[in-house]
Design a protein around this ligand. Structure first.
Ligand code: FE
Ligand code: FE
Ligand code: ZN
Length: 289
Protein backbone atom coordinates (compact mmCIF):
# COMPACT_ATOMS: atom_id res chain seq x y z
CA UNK A 1 0.00 0.00 0.00
CA UNK A 2 1.36 3.30 -0.91
CA UNK A 3 1.31 6.01 1.69
CA UNK A 4 -0.25 9.42 1.20
CA UNK A 5 2.38 12.17 1.30
CA UNK A 6 0.84 15.02 3.24
CA UNK A 7 2.26 17.95 5.14
CA UNK A 8 1.98 21.67 5.44
CA UNK A 9 3.82 24.87 5.02
CA UNK A 10 6.14 25.30 8.02
CA UNK A 11 8.26 28.18 9.31
CA UNK A 12 12.02 28.49 9.49
CA UNK A 13 13.36 30.87 12.08
CA UNK A 14 15.10 31.32 15.40
CA UNK A 15 18.11 29.31 16.47
CA UNK A 16 16.95 26.03 15.05
CA UNK A 17 16.16 27.23 11.53
CA UNK A 18 15.55 24.21 9.27
CA UNK A 19 15.91 21.75 12.15
CA UNK A 20 12.97 23.59 13.69
CA UNK A 21 11.03 23.35 10.43
CA UNK A 22 11.36 19.56 10.45
CA UNK A 23 10.38 19.36 14.12
CA UNK A 24 7.34 21.48 13.35
CA UNK A 25 6.31 19.11 10.55
CA UNK A 26 6.83 16.14 12.86
CA UNK A 27 4.58 17.74 15.47
CA UNK A 28 1.77 17.80 12.90
CA UNK A 29 2.23 14.12 12.05
CA UNK A 30 3.33 15.16 8.55
CA UNK A 31 5.59 13.20 6.23
CA UNK A 32 6.23 16.19 3.96
CA UNK A 33 6.83 19.91 4.41
CA UNK A 34 7.09 23.09 2.45
CA UNK A 35 9.31 25.95 3.47
CA UNK A 36 10.44 29.31 2.17
CA UNK A 37 14.21 29.81 2.19
CA UNK A 38 13.58 33.08 4.07
CA UNK A 39 10.64 35.47 4.44
CA UNK A 40 8.12 34.85 1.62
CA UNK A 41 7.51 38.57 1.14
CA UNK A 42 11.11 39.64 0.75
CA UNK A 43 14.27 38.36 -0.90
CA UNK A 44 16.83 38.75 1.88
CA UNK A 45 18.36 35.32 2.29
CA UNK A 46 20.80 33.89 4.81
CA UNK A 47 23.65 31.80 3.55
CA UNK A 48 22.66 28.13 3.47
CA UNK A 49 25.49 27.42 5.91
CA UNK A 50 23.44 29.23 8.59
CA UNK A 51 20.25 27.23 8.10
CA UNK A 52 21.23 24.01 9.94
CA UNK A 53 20.39 21.99 6.87
CA UNK A 54 22.47 18.90 7.66
CA UNK A 55 20.88 18.53 11.08
CA UNK A 56 17.40 19.15 9.69
CA UNK A 57 17.88 16.62 6.93
CA UNK A 58 19.22 13.99 9.32
CA UNK A 59 16.27 14.55 11.61
CA UNK A 60 13.84 14.41 8.66
CA UNK A 61 15.12 10.89 7.91
CA UNK A 62 14.67 9.89 11.51
CA UNK A 63 11.11 11.17 11.88
CA UNK A 64 9.87 10.14 8.44
CA UNK A 65 9.62 13.51 6.71
CA UNK A 66 10.53 12.39 3.23
CA UNK A 67 9.42 15.18 0.94
CA UNK A 68 10.81 18.69 1.15
CA UNK A 69 9.30 21.31 -1.08
CA UNK A 70 10.63 24.84 -1.41
CA UNK A 71 8.41 27.82 -2.29
CA UNK A 72 10.02 30.81 -3.97
CA UNK A 73 9.12 34.22 -2.48
CA UNK A 74 5.99 35.57 -4.11
CA UNK A 75 7.39 38.97 -4.96
CA UNK A 76 9.51 37.40 -7.70
CA UNK A 77 7.84 38.43 -10.94
CA UNK A 78 9.52 37.12 -14.07
CA UNK A 79 6.47 38.17 -16.08
CA UNK A 80 7.14 41.83 -15.41
CA UNK A 81 7.69 43.77 -18.63
CA UNK A 82 6.85 47.10 -17.03
CA UNK A 83 9.85 47.37 -14.72
CA UNK A 84 12.92 45.77 -16.28
CA UNK A 85 14.73 45.80 -12.92
CA UNK A 86 12.16 43.54 -11.30
CA UNK A 87 12.58 41.03 -14.08
CA UNK A 88 16.38 41.11 -13.96
CA UNK A 89 16.38 40.81 -10.20
CA UNK A 90 13.94 37.88 -10.43
CA UNK A 91 16.19 36.05 -12.85
CA UNK A 92 19.27 36.34 -10.66
CA UNK A 93 17.34 35.53 -7.49
CA UNK A 94 15.86 32.43 -9.08
CA UNK A 95 19.27 31.22 -10.20
CA UNK A 96 20.48 31.47 -6.59
CA UNK A 97 17.27 29.95 -5.26
CA UNK A 98 17.74 26.82 -7.38
CA UNK A 99 21.10 26.31 -5.69
CA UNK A 100 19.49 26.70 -2.28
CA UNK A 101 16.78 24.17 -3.22
CA UNK A 102 19.50 21.66 -4.07
CA UNK A 103 21.17 22.37 -0.70
CA UNK A 104 17.88 21.44 1.00
CA UNK A 105 18.02 18.17 -0.98
CA UNK A 106 14.67 19.18 -2.38
CA UNK A 107 13.63 18.35 -5.92
CA UNK A 108 10.80 20.85 -6.23
CA UNK A 109 10.72 24.65 -6.29
CA UNK A 110 7.21 26.11 -6.40
CA UNK A 111 7.10 29.41 -8.26
CA UNK A 112 4.23 31.79 -8.96
CA UNK A 113 4.12 32.59 -12.67
CA UNK A 114 3.82 36.27 -11.81
CA UNK A 115 1.69 39.13 -13.02
CA UNK A 116 1.65 40.90 -16.37
CA UNK A 117 0.68 44.16 -14.61
CA UNK A 118 -1.60 45.29 -17.38
CA UNK A 119 0.74 44.48 -20.26
CA UNK A 120 -1.47 41.53 -21.15
CA UNK A 121 -1.02 37.79 -20.66
CA UNK A 122 0.89 37.27 -23.93
CA UNK A 123 3.56 39.83 -23.06
CA UNK A 124 3.80 38.49 -19.51
CA UNK A 125 4.07 34.88 -20.64
CA UNK A 126 6.77 35.75 -23.18
CA UNK A 127 8.80 37.52 -20.49
CA UNK A 128 8.34 34.67 -18.02
CA UNK A 129 9.41 32.11 -20.61
CA UNK A 130 12.49 34.17 -21.40
CA UNK A 131 13.33 34.34 -17.69
CA UNK A 132 12.84 30.62 -17.11
CA UNK A 133 14.98 29.77 -20.13
CA UNK A 134 17.73 32.13 -18.99
CA UNK A 135 17.83 30.60 -15.52
CA UNK A 136 17.57 26.99 -16.65
CA UNK A 137 20.22 27.37 -19.34
CA UNK A 138 22.76 28.07 -16.59
CA UNK A 139 21.58 25.44 -14.13
CA UNK A 140 22.57 21.80 -14.37
CA UNK A 141 20.79 20.48 -11.30
CA UNK A 142 17.71 18.26 -11.51
CA UNK A 143 15.53 20.59 -9.43
CA UNK A 144 12.07 20.97 -10.94
CA UNK A 145 10.40 24.35 -11.23
CA UNK A 146 6.71 23.82 -10.49
CA UNK A 147 4.66 26.80 -11.66
CA UNK A 148 1.61 27.26 -9.51
CA UNK A 149 -1.95 27.44 -10.82
CA UNK A 150 -3.18 30.90 -9.87
CA UNK A 151 -6.54 32.40 -8.91
CA UNK A 152 -6.23 35.20 -11.48
CA UNK A 153 -6.27 38.21 -9.19
CA UNK A 154 -4.58 41.40 -10.36
CA UNK A 155 -3.17 40.31 -13.70
CA UNK A 156 -1.86 37.01 -12.44
CA UNK A 157 -0.64 34.66 -15.13
CA UNK A 158 -1.43 30.97 -14.83
CA UNK A 159 -5.14 31.22 -14.07
CA UNK A 160 -6.05 28.96 -16.96
CA UNK A 161 -4.53 25.60 -17.81
CA UNK A 162 -4.00 26.95 -21.33
CA UNK A 163 -1.72 29.70 -20.04
CA UNK A 164 0.38 27.16 -18.17
CA UNK A 165 0.53 25.13 -21.36
CA UNK A 166 1.77 28.16 -23.30
CA UNK A 167 4.56 28.56 -20.76
CA UNK A 168 5.43 24.88 -20.98
CA UNK A 169 5.57 25.18 -24.78
CA UNK A 170 8.06 28.03 -24.51
CA UNK A 171 10.39 26.40 -22.00
CA UNK A 172 13.40 24.73 -23.57
CA UNK A 173 14.35 22.35 -20.75
CA UNK A 174 10.90 20.77 -20.49
CA UNK A 175 12.11 18.01 -18.18
CA UNK A 176 12.69 20.72 -15.55
CA UNK A 177 9.16 22.15 -15.81
CA UNK A 178 6.20 21.01 -13.70
CA UNK A 179 2.99 22.36 -12.19
CA UNK A 180 1.86 22.93 -8.61
CA UNK A 181 -1.91 22.40 -8.45
CA UNK A 182 -3.46 24.63 -5.77
CA UNK A 183 -7.08 23.60 -5.11
CA UNK A 184 -8.10 27.05 -3.79
CA UNK A 185 -6.58 28.82 -6.77
CA UNK A 186 -8.06 26.43 -9.34
CA UNK A 187 -11.49 26.82 -7.74
CA UNK A 188 -11.15 30.60 -7.61
CA UNK A 189 -9.99 30.58 -11.22
CA UNK A 190 -13.37 29.15 -12.20
CA UNK A 191 -12.80 25.39 -12.42
CA UNK A 192 -15.61 23.71 -10.51
CA UNK A 193 -13.88 20.95 -8.57
CA UNK A 194 -16.97 20.44 -6.43
CA UNK A 195 -19.47 19.65 -9.18
CA UNK A 196 -17.19 18.75 -12.10
CA UNK A 197 -14.27 17.03 -10.38
CA UNK A 198 -13.65 14.56 -13.19
CA UNK A 199 -13.98 17.06 -16.01
CA UNK A 200 -11.60 19.54 -14.35
CA UNK A 201 -8.87 16.90 -14.14
CA UNK A 202 -9.76 15.61 -17.60
CA UNK A 203 -9.33 19.13 -18.91
CA UNK A 204 -6.03 19.48 -17.08
CA UNK A 205 -4.92 16.17 -18.57
CA UNK A 206 -5.83 17.23 -22.09
CA UNK A 207 -4.16 20.63 -21.86
CA UNK A 208 -1.07 19.91 -19.74
CA UNK A 209 -1.07 16.26 -18.68
CA UNK A 210 -1.71 14.91 -15.19
CA UNK A 211 1.88 13.65 -15.07
CA UNK A 212 3.01 17.28 -14.98
CA UNK A 213 1.64 17.77 -11.47
CA UNK A 214 4.63 17.71 -9.10
CA UNK A 215 2.84 18.89 -5.98
CA UNK A 216 -0.63 19.82 -4.73
CA UNK A 217 -1.54 22.67 -2.44
CA UNK A 218 -4.60 21.49 -0.54
CA UNK A 219 -6.60 24.53 0.56
CA UNK A 220 -10.25 25.31 0.95
CA UNK A 221 -11.46 28.66 -0.41
CA UNK A 222 -13.38 31.47 1.28
CA UNK A 223 -14.95 32.48 -2.02
CA UNK A 224 -17.22 30.94 -4.64
CA UNK A 225 -15.90 29.24 -7.75
CA UNK A 226 -14.61 31.81 -10.23
CA UNK A 227 -14.25 34.65 -7.71
CA UNK A 228 -10.53 35.14 -8.59
CA UNK A 229 -9.81 36.15 -5.01
CA UNK A 230 -7.26 33.72 -3.51
CA UNK A 231 -8.28 33.64 0.13
CA UNK A 232 -7.53 30.27 1.66
CA UNK A 233 -9.96 28.68 4.11
CA UNK A 234 -9.47 25.82 6.54
CA UNK A 235 -10.23 22.32 5.33
CA UNK A 236 -14.00 21.81 5.19
CA UNK A 237 -14.70 25.40 6.21
CA UNK A 238 -14.87 26.94 2.76
CA UNK A 239 -16.63 26.81 -0.58
CA UNK A 240 -14.80 23.70 -1.79
CA UNK A 241 -15.63 21.64 1.26
CA UNK A 242 -14.21 18.55 2.90
CA UNK A 243 -15.46 15.87 0.50
CA UNK A 244 -13.80 17.31 -2.59
CA UNK A 245 -10.49 18.00 -0.83
CA UNK A 246 -10.55 14.48 0.64
CA UNK A 247 -11.15 13.15 -2.85
CA UNK A 248 -8.04 14.91 -4.17
CA UNK A 249 -5.90 13.67 -1.29
CA UNK A 250 -7.07 10.08 -1.79
CA UNK A 251 -7.27 10.09 -5.58
CA UNK A 252 -5.37 6.95 -6.64
CA UNK A 253 -3.88 8.83 -9.60
CA UNK A 254 -2.11 11.26 -7.29
CA UNK A 255 -0.96 8.98 -4.48
CA UNK A 256 2.74 9.52 -5.19
CA UNK A 257 2.39 13.29 -5.39
CA UNK A 258 3.18 15.33 -2.27
CA UNK A 259 0.34 17.45 -0.89
CA UNK A 260 0.84 20.57 1.17
CA UNK A 261 -1.67 22.49 3.31
CA UNK A 262 -1.50 26.29 3.31
CA UNK A 263 -4.62 26.89 5.34
CA UNK A 264 -4.88 29.83 7.76
CA UNK A 265 -3.92 29.73 11.42
CA UNK A 266 -6.76 29.76 13.95
CA UNK A 267 -7.57 32.16 16.79
CA UNK A 268 -7.58 31.01 20.38
CA UNK A 269 -10.89 31.45 22.26
CA UNK A 270 -11.61 35.15 22.72
CA UNK A 271 -8.51 36.23 20.77
CA UNK A 272 -8.36 38.07 17.48
CA UNK A 273 -4.82 37.12 16.53
CA UNK A 274 -4.33 33.92 14.59
CA UNK A 275 -1.73 31.96 16.50
CA UNK A 276 -2.76 28.31 16.34
CA UNK A 277 -1.63 26.15 13.43
CA UNK A 278 -4.50 23.95 12.18
CA UNK A 279 -2.26 21.42 10.47
CA UNK A 280 -2.18 18.55 12.94
CA UNK A 281 -5.98 18.32 13.03
CA UNK A 282 -6.38 18.91 9.30
CA UNK A 283 -3.84 16.22 8.45
CA UNK A 284 -5.65 13.76 10.73
CA UNK A 285 -8.97 14.73 9.19
CA UNK A 286 -7.72 14.20 5.65
CA UNK A 287 -5.94 10.93 6.41
CA UNK A 288 -8.87 9.18 8.09
CA UNK A 289 -10.10 6.12 6.23
FE1 FE B 1 1.95 29.72 -3.74
FE1 FE C 1 -0.53 27.68 -3.02
ZN1 ZN D 1 -3.13 31.21 -2.50
Amino acid sequence: MSEIILGSHVGMSGKEMFLGSVKEAESYGANALMVYTGAPQNTRRKDVSELRLAEGLAYAKECGVKEIIIHAPYIINLANTVKPDTYTFGVSFLAQELKRVAAFQSKILVLHPGSHLGAGPEAGIAQLVKGLNTVLAEDDSDVLIALETMAGKGGEIGRTFEELRMIYDGVQKKDRFRVCFDTCHVHDAGYDLVHDYESVFQKFDEVIGLSQIAVFHINDSMNPCGAQKDRHANIGKGEIGFDTLYKVVHDPRFLQIPKILETPYLCAEGETKKTIPPYKEEIQLLLQA
